[in-house]
Design a protein around this ligand. Structure first.
Ligand code: PLP
Length: 370
C-alpha cells in the first residue's frame, strides 16, 4: 500500500498530459511560456480572486509577499509552531521575528484567542512592530478566518494565508486561498494540487501587491529585466510544470469530493478507536492529510507498528513543533510554552490519503488498527 499513490491519477490523464508536454517542447518557451498565464487565470477563477502569481515553490510563495511588503528586522510575524518549517523559515530569512501562537486542540490551526493575546503582548513589550499573521490551513482545513480577520483589523496587521495544504478547502463556500490580504500555495507533488516537481502560487485581490509580486518574481524588475527597482529573486515556475497543473486541475474539483468521501469512510470506521479529525460547521477540508490522535505517544507507536507490520505506511506531521527546533533556539522560547502543539506532536499521526484510495484499503487499515 502507498501513502499517496500518484500513478492512479496519472493513468486517468496520461494522453492529455503527453499532449500538453509535447506542446511545450514544440513552442520551446520553457520560461514564462503561455501555459503560465493560462494556469494563473484558471486558478484565480477557481479561487475567486483577481490575481494569481505562480512561482517556484510554496516556500517562495510565502517569501515573496513578505518581501513585497518590506517585512524585515524589528517586525513581528505571528504564526503557529505546529506546521512545516517553511512557514516560519521565511520570516527569519528576512530578519523579522517569528512569534509563535499555540493551536486549537480540535482543528490544529492557530488559536484566535491566543493570537489576540500574543499581538497585545508584543505591543505592550514595545520591542517589535506587529506586521503580519500567517495562519496555516493545516492538513487541508482552513484556519478560523472570520476570527483572524477581525483581529487583523483590530491591530491593523496583514494576513498571509498559508494554503500550501489548504488549496481546495472552503469556509461557507469561500475558497481557501482567498482569505486575508494574500495567500500562498504549493504544488509540491504530494500537496492536494501537485505538479511533477516544485511549484507554487500566490493569490490576491490587491492590484498594488500584484504588481510588486510580478517584479519580485524576476529579480525586482522595473520596466524590464535589466531595470531593477527592488531586491527580488528568481522565483518563476517552469512552463512544463504549469502545463502539468493545467491537466491535473481538470480532475481537481472531483478529487476534492473523492477525498471527502475517503475521509468520511475513515471517520465512520475509526471514531470509536482514536480521535478523528474535527471539521467545524460550514468548513470543507481538502484532506491534504488524514490525521488522527492516539491516546499518547506509546499508543501511537503501537498503532504505527501494527500498520507497518501489515505493509501500511503512516507518517507523523509534525514530530517536533517549530519552537523546539534548533533553528529557532535563538528565540528563547521554552519547552512547555506551547503545550497543545507539544501534546499533539506526541499523539498525532496520518494515514494513507489520496483521491483514488480504494475503499477496501481503508477497511483494511481500520481492521489492522482494531
Ligand atoms: C509544503 C508546505 C510549504 C512549502 O511548500 P514547498 O512547495 O515545499 O516549498 C509551506 N507551508 C506548508 C504548511 C506546507 O505544508
Amino acid at each position: 500500500m502507498q501513502f499517496i499513490d500518484l500513478a492512479k491519477q496519472q493513468r486517468l490523464i496520461k494522453d492529455a498530459l503527453d499532449t500538453r508536454i509535447q506542446a511545450v517542447l514544440a513552442h520551446g518557451k520553457y520560461i514564462m511560456g503561455p501555459e503560465i498565464k493560462e494556469m494563473e487565470a484558471q486558478l484565480a477563477g477557481y479561487i475567486g480572486v483577481k490575481h494569481c502569481v505562480s512561482c517556484s515553490s510554496g516556500t517562495d510563495a510565502l517569501l515573496m509577499p513578505l518581501l513585497a511588503w518590506g517585512i524585515g528586522p524589528g517586525d513581528a510575524v505571528f504564526t503557529t509552531p505546529f506546521t512545516f518549517i517553511a512557514t516560519a523559515e521565511v520570516i527569519q530569512l528576512l530578519g523579522a521575528t517569528p512569534v509563535f501562537v499555540d493551536i486549537d486542540p480540535k482543528t490544529y490551526n492557530i488559536d484566535p484567542v491566543l493570537l489576540d493575546a500574543a499581538i497585545a503582548q508584543v505591543i505592550e513589550t514595545g520591542e517589535l512592530k506587529p506586521k503580519v499573521i500567517i495562519p496555516v490551513d493545516l492538513f487541508g482545513l482552513p484556519a478560523d478566518y472570520p476570527a483572524i480577520e477581525a483581529i487583523a483589523k483590530k491591530y491593523a496587521v496583514l494576513i498571509l494565508e498559508d494554503a500550501a495544504q489548504g488549496f481546495g478547502g472552503e469556509i461557507n463556500g469561500q475558497k481557501a486561498g482567498s482569505f486575508g490580504h494574500a495567500a500562498s500555495t504549493s504544488f509540491f507533488p504530494a500537496k492536494p494540487l501537485g505538479c511533477y516537481g516544485d511549484g507554487g502560487a500566490i493569490f490576491t485581490n490587491d492590484d498594488e501587491l500584484y504588481e510588486k509580486l510580478v517584479s519580485v518574481r524576476v529579480h525586482g524588475k522595473g520596466g524590464d529585466k535589466y531595470d531593477n527597482v527592488r531586491i527580488g529573486l528568481n522565483g518563476r515556475m517552469d512552463t512544463l510544470q504549469a502545463a502539468i497543473i493545467l491537466e491535473k486541475f481538470s480532475l481537481f474539483p472531483d478529487e476534492v469530493k473523492l477525498r471527502n468521501k475517503a475521509a468520511a469512510q475513515y471517520n465512520a470506521l475509526l471514531a470509536d478507536l482514536v480521535v478523528t479529525p474535527a471539521v467545524p460547521d460550514g468548513y470543507t477540508s481538502v484532506w491534504a492529510q488524514y490525521s488522527i490522535l492516539a491516546r499518547d505517544a506509546n499508543e501511537r507507536t503501537e498503532l504505527q507498528a501494527k500498520l507497518k507490520a501489515a505493509g501500511i505506511p503512516s507518517a507523523v506531521y509534525y514530530p517536533k513543533p517549530l519552537h523546539q527546533q534548533t533553528a529557532f533556539a535563538h528565540l528563547k522560547v521554552q519547552d512547555g510554552d506551547f503545550p497543545i502543539s507539544e501534546e499533539m506532536s506526541q499523539r498525532i499521526f496520518s494515514l494513507p490519503m489520496y483521491p483514488y484510495i480504494p475503499e477496501e484499503d481503508i477497511r483494511k487499515i481500520a481492521d489492522v488498527m482494531r
